[in-house]
Design a protein around this ligand. Structure first.
Ligand code: ADP
Ligand code: MG
Length: 253
């Protein structure tokens, strides 16, 4: 299978804070990668570099064979214009911890906004797509509701449907259930599991070890800006090679 995501030697600092310290990563098409790691280890920053929300200081990020943010001509790199960066970004869905729905738009309008305005697709095509996606996340009856009238779990399912409306090649999830009451976590994880089974390539940052065990093809443990180790769930979760991974798992399990 072909590489969907390829990072090589990625470094990122914020001022004096060296957050990503040389990350190499490969995610194949259809693969589900779960990233674990303590708070502050650089997980969100890593996801944001894959969506080009953060520019890397050093190294490269390829998504589906395209170098993010740059055009290569011979051995020179040229920064892409903002319009091209946005086009690349629409191919990558991002689901945040905090849902980030447009509060003044209905659920249906939330789903249709980006396909209509960013992708300039015809309404006649986008409207049925929105209905299909809402049905897929179990919210067909909420199309006309406003986000504030929904539970956190419902809002996050809308956010997932909205990401899918762009028909992305890749989905990134940044702690998608961390802001939810415990009884609402399951309904969101079930939607993500369903997508995983359907062959969507995804990278999921989460502390849900049970989810990682069940759904991930590969689990990575990140600490202090590096991927410390990476392997199939059975290996990383049950027989981690590194002391730091063992210490972290003993705290979250
Ligand atoms: P994680 O998601 O693993 O908790 P983050 O990637 O959010 O870690 O953050 C890693 C470190 O980088 C933290 O110390 C955080 O405060 C810092 N950081 C993240 N984004 C910024 C930013 N835009 N400006 C300054 N510091 C940042
Ligand atoms: Mg984070």
């Amino acid at each position: 299978m072909s590489a969907m995501v390829k990072l090589r030697g990625v470094h990122k600092s914020f001022g004096a804070l060296h957050v990503l310290r040389g990350v190499d990563l490969d995610v194949r098409q259809g693969q589900v990668l779960v990233i674990l790691g303590p708070s502050g280890s650089g997980k969100s920053t890593l996801l944001r570099t894959i969506n080009h929300l953060e520019k890397v200081d050093r190294g490269s990020v390829h998504v589906d064979g395209q170098l993010l943010g740059y055009r290569q001509a011979g051995d020179r790199l040229y920064e892409l214009p903002e319009r091209e960066v946005l086009r690349q970004r629409t191919q990558i869905g991002f689901v945040f911890q905090s849902f980030n729905l447009f509060p003044h738009l209905t659920v249906r309008q939330n789903l249709m906004e980006a396909p209509l305005s960013a992708q300039r697709r015809p309404r006649a095509e986008v409207a049925p797509l929105a209905e299909r996606l809402l049905a897929r996340v179990g919210l067909a009856d909420k199309a006309d509701a406003y986000p504030r009238t929904l539970s956190g779990g419902q809002q996050q399912r809308v956010a997932i449907a909205r990401a899918l409306a762009l028909e992305p090649k890749l989905l990134l999830f940044d702690e998608p259930t961390s802001a939810l009451d415990p009884e609402l976590v399951g309904e969101v994880l079930d939607v993500i599991k369903d997508l995983a089974r359907g062959g969507t390539t995804m990278i999921v940052v989460t502390h849900e070890i049970g989810f990682a065990r069940e759904v991930a093809d590969t689990v990575a443990f990140m600490d202090a800006g590096r991927i410390v180790e990476l392997g199939p769930p059975s290996q990383l979760l049950d027989a981690p090679a590194h002391e730091r991974t063992r210490t972290f798992l003993s705290k979250v399990l």
